[in-house]
Design a protein around this ligand. Structure first.
Ligand code: SF4
Length: 243
């Protein structure tokens, strides 16, 4: 029997109370391990965070952070963004990929913010998800980090880790959000999201998780699916994020 199979067997009979306790232990361990976990997009206000999160689709936060200073210097408000020359805006956004679609979404969402919300980014989840280019994940990023309203931001890292930890069996982000929400206090949602995403980016990678260097290995039902040798695992760690 492989290590992964033995580990999976160990957790096969876990009760729902056991699952909740283990989930919270994992969160405590990640809290200690990532004391600086935070939103990795640079922003100064809700509009900037909304724009940066829309731009982060299909690219890295590092790339977005290289692009947004110039973007916000040129178009600091929804009004300026809505009135931008499309070609000039596209040129600035080009390094983030899908720049035509992103430019169109930014102009449409800026116009909606002006027309329907008096120039202020709305705080409601139902309002935010109606803005062009804004899904539940982006809405929760903005609510959690610009408005202090707790939310689970189920991106690719969050979903993968929640499944590896046995917190959900679903691939559907809305179901993942629901399953994970049942395990934690609402007030912890935003920081839990940051810590999971930090862990997914740095250690529990999609293809080769560094199990042999993982701070939550003893609590993880997926221990053994990645590199177990501590020295080889240490080489997989990514603490500096490259674009
Ligand atoms: S790196 Fe391995 S042990 Fe750590 S969380 Fe990911 S799958 Fe589990």
């Amino acid at each position: 029997m492989s290590v992964a199979e033995k580990t999976a067997k160990k957790y096969a009979q876990e009760t729902s109370l056991g699952l909740k306790r283990r989930a919270r232990k994992i969160h405590r361990a990640l809290t200690e391990f990532y004391p600086n976990a935070r939103c990795e997009l640079d922003f100064e206000n809700a509009f900037q965070l909304l724009v940066a999160t829309v731009l982060s689709a299909q690219t890295t936060d590092v790339r977005v952070n290289q692009t947004t200073p110039g973007l916000f210097a040129r178009y600091p408000t929804p009004d300026a963004m809505a009135k931008a020359e499309r070609e000039e805006l596209e040129d600035i956004l080009r390094p983030t990929g899908f720049f035509r679609a992103k430019a169109a979404n930014l102009q449409k969402l800026s116009a909606r913010i002006i027309d329907e919300y008096g120039g202020e980014v709305p705080t409601g989840l139902d309002d935010l998800v109606t803005l062009p280019g804004v899904g539940r994940k982006t809405a929760h990023v903005v609510r959690g980090n610009a408005f202090g309203l707790p939310g689970l931001t189920v991106d690719t890292h969050f979903g993968r880790l929640a499944r590896r930890f046995g917190w959900t069996a679903s691939d559907d982000p809305v179901q993942v959000e629901k399953d994970v929400a049942a395990l934690f206090e609402r007030q912890d949602f935003t920081m839990l999201s940051h810590r999971l995403i930090f862990h997914g980016r740095r250690i529990c990678h999609s293809r080769r998780p560094a199990c042999g260097s993982c701070p939550v290995a003893a609590l993880c039902p997926s221990f053994g699916i990645g590199e177990l040798d501590p020295q080889a695992a240490a080489k997989l760690l990514r603490f500096e994020l490259a674009p």
